[in-house]
Design a protein around this ligand. Structure first.
Ligand code: BGC
Length: 354
């Protein structure tokens, strides 16, 4: 309970006056706000009853999209004409706290954060008891849903900002969730149809040995794949496909009862145990009716808070590749702590359990 309040405090203290949530305040590379991280943070705040904070984030995000309407329409036109899209056409994945694109080089073409945001905006309306999206949100939802419906099968960087030449199952499930939510909200049948096409595509191309895979054409799992049910609802949590996916994550991405790794070959900071993924698996277990397993994961997460109650991005334990830990520390500094997305997943799991 103490850490629950602390997670809320840390998130509030790191929300800019603009509404943006900084990814991590003391890790210079993360002095930006990501649609991906921000959506889960806002959802966690909604789940904890902090609707005003969530609303301010969504307002900021909707403003960013609405301000790029002509860029998005341009990209859609070019796509329609069968022209090649360039980096000018793609929306950036992260922004400065006052809503500008960053200038340094970054793998910007990532679609998952926008799928997540479409889902998150509609969750906010439901959880905060609002009937309809404000006009600026409506415009942003319209633009983004059209953008994702047109580009969903483009290879892009994944949720870990890697692998640009692949199509990723996690990315597809966020787009699925975002399009279904938008179709309901703005009553657009065609987005729900596209979502169903994406689901069929995943079933046809993204399943090996009865479980989901990280990327089309690969065999391994990714710790974020529980998102296919929790929260994006492409499959029910107790669907045999989800059960098998969770079992593979347990077998391949947890060592000695520790937390969840991103994927087997991850070498970022040595490839440690990610707090947000450990909590996410716990959230899945709550949904599938296994609260004891969820409680065990919550305890693992809470044990990682420092004396100030701050949760890190990852814990350097059971590293996939110990030799690549130090080079990252030298390059970017110690592991980000606090990471707001870790606090968000902690809040979501605690809330789901109670
Ligand atoms: C992660 C992303 C995340 C970003 C900010 C990156 O290292 O791979 O998923 O959005 O950090 O937290």
């Amino acid at each position: 309970m103490r850490l629950f309040r602390r997670s809320i405090e840390i998130i509030l203290a790191n929300q800019a006056p603009t509404g943006a949530y900084i990814a991590s305040p003391n890790f210079p590379t993360y002095h930006y706000s990501w649609f991906r991280d921000g959506t889960y943070i806002a959802y966690a705040m909604d789940a904890a009853g902090e609707h005003e904070s969530a609303q301010r984030f969504h307002d900021w995000a909707a403003g960013i999209i609405a301000a790029r309407a002509s860029q998005i329409r341009n990209a859609l036109e070019r796509r329609e004409k069968g022209e090649r899209l360039t980096s000018q056409d793609y929306l950036h994945t992260r922004y400065t706290l006052d809503g500008r694109e960053a200038t340094e080089k970054w793998p910007n073409f990532q679609l998952d954060g926008f799928g997540a945001w479409l889902w998150g905006a509609s969750q906010h309306l439901a959880l905060a008891g609002l009937e309809a999206p404000p006009p600026k949100w409506r415009e942003a939802i319209e633009l983004l849903a059209s953008y994702l419906a047109a580009l969903w099968d483009y290879p892009c960087y994944d949720q870990w900002e890697e692998e640009p030449d692949h199509i990723h199952i996690y990315t597809l499930v966020t787009i699925y969730g975002g399009l279904q939510a938008s179709a309901k909200l703005l009553k657009r049948r065609q987005w729900a149809d596209t979502a169903e096409t994406i689901r069929s595509f995943v079933l046809a191309n993204g399943v090996i040995d009865g479980h989901l895979v990280k990327d089309i054409g690969t065999k391994a799992v990714d710790g974020a794949l529980v998102a296919a049910s929790t929260p994006y609802g492409m499959f029910m949590p107790d669907d045999p496909l989800m059960r098998a996916t969770a079992a593979r994550i347990e077998a391949d991405l947890r060592k000695e009862g520790g937390g969840v790794h991103r994927y087997k070959e991850d070498t970022f900071y040595g490839g440690g145990e990610w707090i947000l993924l450990t909590a996410w698996l716990g959230w899945y277990y709550v949904e599938v009716g296994e609260p004891e397993r969820a409680r065990e994961l919550l305890a693992l997460v809470e044990a990682q808070a420092n004396e100030r109650g701050e949760l890190p991005e990852q814990v350097a334990r059971n590293l996939n590749d110990p030799d690549s830990y130090q080079p990252w520390v030298t390059r970017w500094g110690p592991i980000a702590q606090p990471l707001l997305w870790s606090h968000a997943k902690h809040l979501i799991l605690s809330n789901a359990l109670s």
